[in-house]
Design a protein around this ligand. Structure first.
Ligand code: ZN
Length: 78
């Protein structure tokens, strides 16, 4: 099944889009398993929707970069 961004309601709803950020932050904080328990409907949707799954992965990569920067900064200061 081929999907385009217009075909996914989740990617268009600002509230859902915000939840992606919360979901990704939760993965960083408590891990994927716990996060899927906290957001069952989103977890279920991500299994079926490659558009939203890609968005989550991109958000995770972005959060990873930020946390690395924070880590470096913290350890540069005496
Ligand atoms: Zn979707």
């Amino acid at each position: 099944m081929i999907q385009n961004p217009e075909s996914c309601q989740w990617a268009q709803e600002p509230e859902c889009y915000e939840m992606f950020g919360v979901y990704a932050e939760s993965i960083v904080a408590v891990g994927r398993d716990c996060t899927n328990l906290r957001f069952p409907s989103l977890a279920d949707h991500l299994k079926k929707c490659s558009i939203c799954a890609t968005t989550i992965e991109e958000t995770l990569a972005f959060l990873d970069e930020i946390s690395e920067e924070v880590f470096i900064n913290e350890h540069m200061c005496p």
